[in-house]
Unconditional design. Structure first.
Length: 275
């Protein structure tokens, strides 16, 4: 016979009689009353209470285990955090050790150096369009892009500048793509080279090291210019039609001649999406 407490003081008793289930409700004063099998509602209530009691006991056991783990981690937090191991290595060993992708920094380094991304970038040398130099050494198209790039760099956030994006590109299944560990990650897209006429170049491609999610970041710098707005409207429609979502995959900042981009706004975006 199996027993469980009921919320109003009753207990559920269950036993098998000739292969058929029989349910009994035992009250707080010790009386046991048979519950007719036709009283489906009463049986469901008692059975649900039986389940709830078992579930509560399991949850309490699990909570104790979690609390125990948290206590251990807090007691020796420095040694428990895999992301701090590299930072605590002697400098001579740091210079020789190869970061593992298991850590946030190791993954970020692989992402920053990934051939699959780097080969889609433009060459960021100084030219008539890219006149402004960032702290990292890239040349970008505006002073506001310098501000964004420099805040990312100072914060240690990996980024790529103006990688190629062709939202409507057709996959070429004869050209598989593998990551730096030799794992298959997809296929090349036809017509998405950095210099293709239909290729878009979002300003930044940035990585949240903690969550390992990457975002495109577009800055619209001349929102009081109607022609500029229409051009970028068409670009955004291509991106959105391809399934990218503003606030989920795409970060957007903007300014005009009256309201410039503020560093505090950049800081808020970095805190929300990239910290």
């Amino acid at each position: 016979m199996i027993s469980a407490s009921y919320c109003d003081g009753e207990h559920l008793n269950y036993k098998s009689v000739n292969g058929c289930p029989a349910f009994y409700a035992r009250t707080s004063d010790g009386k046991q009353v048979y519950v007719n099998s036709t009283d489906e509602r009463r049986i469901q209530e008692l059975a649900s209470a039986y389940y709830a009691k078992k579930l509560k006991a399991a949850a309490e056991r699990e909570k104790k285990q979690i609390d125990s783990c948290i206590m251990i981690l807090k007691k020796d937090a420095d040694k428990s955090d895999v992301d701090t191991v590299f930072d605590r290595l002697p400098e001579a060993i740091k210079q020789k050790a190869k970061l593992t992708e298991l850590t946030s920094e190791g993954y970020a380094q692989k992402w920053q150096e990934s051939n699959g991304i780097v080969k889609k970038r433009r060459t960021h040398k100084q030219d008539d369009y890219h006149k402004y130099k960032t702290l990292r050494g890239d040349y970008v198209a505006s002073k506001s892009e310098v501000i964004i790039a420099d805040r990312l760099f100072v914060k240690g956030i990996p980024y790529h500048y103006e990688i190629a994006l062709a939202p409507e590109a057709v996959l070429d299944e004869s050209r598989p793509v593998f990551d730096d560990y030799g794992r298959f990650v997809g296929f090349e897209s036809m017509g998405n080279g950095p210099d293709s006429a239909d290729t878009l170049h979002p300003d930044f491609f940035v990585l949240n090291k903690r969550t390992r999610k990457a975002y495109f970041w577009e800055h619209l710098g001349r929102m009081d210019d109607a022609q500029y707005c229409m051009k970028n409207f068409n670009r955004f429609m291509r991106i959105l039609d391809a399934g990218y979502v503003i606030g989920e995959d795409l970060i957007v900042t903007h300014e005009d001649s009256r309201i410039p981009l503020r560093i505090e706004d950049i800081e808020k975006i970095i805190e929300k999406y990239l910290s």
